[in-house]
Ligand binder design. Structure first.
Ligand code: MG
Length: 453
């Protein structure tokens, strides 16, 4: 018998005597009370926790260095020099998000403990009573991301560490290839393949395929609609996509993963028939087959084709993902993180996706700030059921305002290892690029009927 064991038994016998005598106080006298023991032992630095820090102010920074309106939330704290940044961008209605942040969130947050992200999120979410809309959700997203940025800085860790650390060394991304005809699209795909991209989205005719046919539709000749309204020929678009896939596969081979975004702009049954025609070209995914008003069509789509589907960038509320997830209506969660309410709800959906074999494909367009792209990337690194990330390039002008932007190498995105989200903003530079409030973006059919995205 080892010494320590014999000591334990003899102590135990002693203890039994004390217990039999009904003396708990006496037992503590033998071993020392738990409190006394805890007080005596030196608490290691790692277990001491951090002193509480309060939110001092929440403000919006509006800037448009690359043309798109960007809104960043800055949360300042009672600890000098400690602040967080988050992306609240809603390009098309930027000014109202600024009001939501400066006039409401600032007052709601002042004096709250920066560490309690979940509590602050839940409170801000319902404090307006009516919720689930854009604007308030954008503001909330910016606040949420800024609080995660602060938490990372306080923990002295990049934010992905707080989600469990890296599940991959970097984040595979897709790029955007386009052109006026299939041959031009194929040439563009080859350029991205040479740069190391293994996933490439192919679109012909510009955003929404509005450039596939001429720009002299009947509604313009009749003087209907606005001067800047675009024309989309839905039939021409539907015919063009299989041809584009055929040419790109022929020119670029079978290895490269091809993606395509329908942008919701055709009738649901037309979208289903189009996707069926693409089966032979085995797309990585087809995105946004239906507008959010047409969710019930997914049943029909899933029964008709096995092509993987991505959806969700227009969803405002995390509950919108619940039924599609449990019914396995789509394969990729296309969350716009600065729309859904930030990292907190996005991570809940991502983790739920792991249970249903649904993968992430966060929306990553140019109207997300570098802070938002970094937030995407931190989650991408940590989530096991990551699928793919949409990538952008950060222009010099953008980087004169934002430092520490994510970087791209051979089709992979990486964040820096700075604590927090790793992106900072130069407010003086940001002020040089005021946002604009013009938003007249409309697409019409030949007879002038508006087409819903
Ligand atoms: Mg889309």
């Amino acid at each position: 018998m080892k010494n320590s064991e014999s000591h334990f038994i003899s102590s135990r016998r002693e203890a039994m005597k004390y217990i039999a005598a009904g003396s708990v106080a006496g037992l503590w006298g033998l071993f020392g009370s738990p409190v006394a023991r805890a007080e005596k032992a030196e608490t290691p630095a790692y277990a001491k926790g951090l002193p509480p820090v309060k939110i001092k102010s929440v403000k919006a920074i509006a800037t448009a260095p690359a043309g798109s309106n960007l809104i960043v939330v800055k949360v300042e704290t009672t600890e000098p020099g400690l602040y967080g940044l988050g992306c609240a961008t809603f390009t098309q209605r930027a000014e109202v998000v600024v009001t939501a942040i400066n006039s409401y969130l600032n007052d709601f947050c002042a004096g709250k403990d920066v560490d309690n992200i979940e509590d602050i999120w839940q409170g801000a979410y319902v404090s307006s009573y009516w919720r689930n809309g854009p604007v308030l959700n954008n503001a909330l997203s910016g606040l949420d991301q800024a609080l995660w940025d602060i938490k990372g800085k306080r923990a002295n860790m990049p934010v992905y560490q707080l989600f469990g650390g890296k599940a991959r060394f970097a984040v595979p991304c897709y790029s955007h290839a386009s052109g006026r005809n299939p041959e031009e699209v194929a040439a563009d795909v080859q350029k991205y393949m040479e740069r190391g991209f293994q996933h490439i989205r192919i679109q012909q005719g510009g955003y929404g395929a509005v450039g596939i046919l001429g720009s002299n539709p009947d509604f313009k000749e009749a003087g209907f609609g606005g001067a800047t309204d675009s024309f989309m020929d839905q039939r021409a678009y539907l015919n063009s996509v299989p041809k584009m896939f055929e040419v790109v596969r022929k020119v670029c081979g079978e290895e490269v993963e091809l993606l395509h975004d329908i942008h919701e702009r055709v009738q649901p049954m037309d979208a289903i028939n189009l996707i069926k025609r693409l089966e032979d070209y085995h797309p990585f995914f087809i995105e946004d087959p239906f507008s959010p008003e047409n969710m019930e069509w997914f049943k029909q789509l899933r029964a008709s084709t096995s092509v993987p589907i991505a959806m969700g960038e227009l969803f405002n509320n995390l509950n919108e993902f619940k039924m599609p997830m449990v019914n396995q209506w789509f394969d990729f969660i296309r969350i716009h993180v600065s729309q859904i309410g930030g990292i907190t709800p996005a991570m809940k959906i991502a983790r739920l996706g792991e249970l249903f074999n649904v993968r992430t494909a966060w929306h990553g367009p140019g109207d997300v700030s570098p802070v938002g792209h970094a937030a995407n990337c931190h989650m991408d690194l940590a989530v096991w059921n990551f699928g793919i990330q949409e990538s952008v390039s950060f222009s010099e002008k953008l980087q004169s305002v934002f430092s520490g932007c994510p970087t791209m190498n051979k089709g992979y995105m990486s964040v820096n290892e700075v604590p927090g989200l790793g992106v900072d903003i130069n407010e003086k530079e940001a002020a040089k690029y005021p946002i604009n409030t013009k938003s007249n973006w409309q697409v019409r059919k030949n007879d002038g009927t508006l087409i819903r995205p």
